[in-house]
Design a protein. Structure first.
Length: 255
């Protein structure tokens, strides 16, 4: 990480309060996957128009996540089967700040992502949902004849490092995730050492994003990618994965 951190010293910074002004919990997402050897070209482009999040002199942050699902992988199958109006359920811990949230992501049939979250006061990820988390899930997840809050269990741990940027001229955020690590229910681990996941988040869906155009010049194109679904497809033997086979083959070059 030292080499990457050295590439960040010239960026102008933004603090958390200013970044929170553009939370974009209701947003459009576009993801791009590329090899870490292209990071210097990406940083060169971002330097003029983007500020980097810095908290207590830290610019690269560690995230820990626990995804929840049913025994039959209901949420995973929603995505695999191309269901619109689908959910992901997780707890996310921001290690440096020791804050933890129970989060529910909802992808609408208009391809918009809506994230709802509940602050967990103890700052810890719990494998069993608290009664407050269950009540929150029942309020947010609208599934007929299914009390999902009592059916979900720990499904997959993920960890990664994240760098967050904010565009100076429009309401747009960019995150770069790296060192993605999976840990399954049996404590098997897999690390994607060379993979960079760029995610562009904005209020409006526009293919004319200047950053997206820059990536196109580097032969980096939008990609459909779910950290949770790819992790389950790689780590679990008893799930269907036909839809993800091409993505899994591409991911093989980053491990």
């Amino acid at each position: 990480m030292n080499e990457i951190e050295n590439n960040l010293v010239d960026f102008r910074t933004i603090d958390l309060d200013a970044l929170n002004a553009i939370k974009l919990l209701n947003r459009y997402d576009r993801k791009f996957l590329f090899h870490k050897n292209k990071l210097p070209s990406v940083f060169d482009y971002l330097l003029n128009d983007y500020r980097i999040l810095e908290i207590d002199h830290v610019r690269v942050f560690r995230y820990e996540n626990l995804y929840y699902d049913t025994d039959d992988h209901f949420f995973y199958c929603q995505h695999h089967n191309k269901r619109s109006n689908r959910y992901k359920v997780r707890c996310r811990r921001y290690i440096e700040s020791n804050q933890c949230y129970f989060e529910i992501k909802f992808k609408t049939n208009k391809k918009k992502t809506i994230k709802s979250r509940l602050l967990l006061k103890n700052g810890q990820i719990n494998e069993e949902l608290s009664e407050d988390s269950k009540a929150f899930a029942r309020k947010v997840i609208l599934l007929h004849n299914m009390d999902i809050a009592n059916k979900v269990k720990p499904a997959l741990w993920t960890g990664f490092n994240r760098i967050t940027f904010a565009n100076l001229y429009n309401k747009e955020r960019l995150t770069l995730d790296m060192n993605l690590t999976y840990t399954d229910r049996a404590n098997h681990r897999k690390r994607m050492e060379n993979l960079i996941i760029a995610e562009l988040k904005s209020e409006d869906f526009s293919l004319a994003s200047q950053f997206a155009q820059h990536l196109k010049g580097l032969n980096i194109f939008p990609a459909k990618f779910s950290k949770y679904c790819m992790g389950v497809a790689m780590m679990e033997r008893d799930v269907k994965r036909n839809r993800f086979k091409k993505q899994l083959l591409k991911l093989g070059r980053y491990s």
